[in-house]
Design a protein around this ligand. Sequence first.
Ligand code: COI
Length: 495
Amino acid sequence: MTMRRLKCLPRFFKYLLKNDLSNERGRSVSSFSQGEISLQTFGLKRLHNEPIFSANQQVHNQLFHSTTTSLKMRRQEYSSGLLSGRALQQQTAECIDNLPGPSNISFQDLVLQRSKTLKVKPKPDAQTLKFGAVCTDHMLQITWTEAHGWKAPAINPLGPLTLHPCSQVLHYAIECFEGMKAFRGKDGCVRLFRPDMNMHRLFCSAARIGLPHFDKVALLECIKELLRVEKDWIPSEEGFSLYIRPTMIATDSVLGLAPTKEAMLFVVLSPVGPYFPSGLKPIRLLVDTKHARAFPGGVGNNKVGGNYAPTLVPQKQAAERGCSQVLYVLQDGLGKGGLVGEAGAMNLFVLLRSTNLNEELELVTPALDGTILPGVTRDSVLRLSKSFGNMKVSERQLYFNEIEDAASEGRVIEVFGTGTACMIQPISGFVKEDGTEISLKFDSKAAEYWLRKLPGSLSNCNQDYEPISLCGRLTRKLLDIYYGYTEHPWSVVVN
Ligand code: COI
């Protein structure tokens, strides 16, 4: 351990408790007993056999006092399995070296300046409401400087940003963002879905590109306040929601490529309906081995803008061939058809019937090997599918030939993509670069069967006698949680 690290240990404890770094390396959060956070997780030597709370009682007392709220919340999350350590394991040690700046985001200091004019709110109509085309009346803005840390957060009327043309974000794409949604249930309550995961992913994305750290709990409180201000914009129709786009950009006006000394965090909101105009209708994917979305050692596991711009040309090529999205397949292992990555901006899932005698079902998604975004919906689908208990659920390497072979043997039950924007998107086929088409079954009747179930009634289902449609069942289950038809610890009510 370096002297620098030794010196900053008390500060590091505080940071760890506040920022939930415990799940960033090597160990699943769910494996921690309540209140125990081990330094071994960070590759640092443990000071004592006791949990760190008692290893340094003085530090503990000091810290526990100052972080009571967030720590209490974290403990509840650990015990309810809210935070997924595995999904976030890929995150990096850089977080440790880059301790927070002089002052952090403070919810107490938030100031609100209301807009004098309010826009007419669009109707929740899937045909006319284009994803992300309309923003609400207000935005959250927080600026940061290396010297002074985070300034007081402000909710301002939505308006243009003033940026110097040399701002680093404009030249080196030093920016990261999140996608999350607020839902209004039939009970009138506004709910967020697993927002802690978005805050944590933003934190890790920022750390990866040298943007400042921030207090995740405080930022979430500021976002909740923005939602309170804009509550009338949150649609109540099922399938509609208010999309939340937290974004952080490097605003330092210097053309030299160096870590930024100035940054801005802003959050805009947009009422949205279904991401794909086809709704739950399946789409086709173009299998692309020529363009890589992500690669080992890159930033595929972070939500940075630089991952998205290069997908636009492949996306256009896919559209020219009658496909809605691209399936990125890494040339690595091309002998086996290539290593399957993501489907456009979605994580890919394949439900297969295995070749063994029991013909058991296996749900497969590419493992979080650093090239895959740790999607919130991805993690939720994995956890829910495991809880159904009627299939094996695997995060592993998936080569395209495996899908192709299984499809030709009639063993592919369903293929779908997941993401915050699209939720669950069934896939009806692949088009390969040589023009070969691989058609997949999609049992729309089975999907409809699950979708038409009474909201909140899934716990009464008898899956042994019901048609298999994971797409339909997961969609119904997620809608039940999003809109509060069923109580669930993933749902966070905004009072
Ligand atoms: C999301 O699913 O929230 C995303 O950020 C994807 C984006 C291309 C809309």
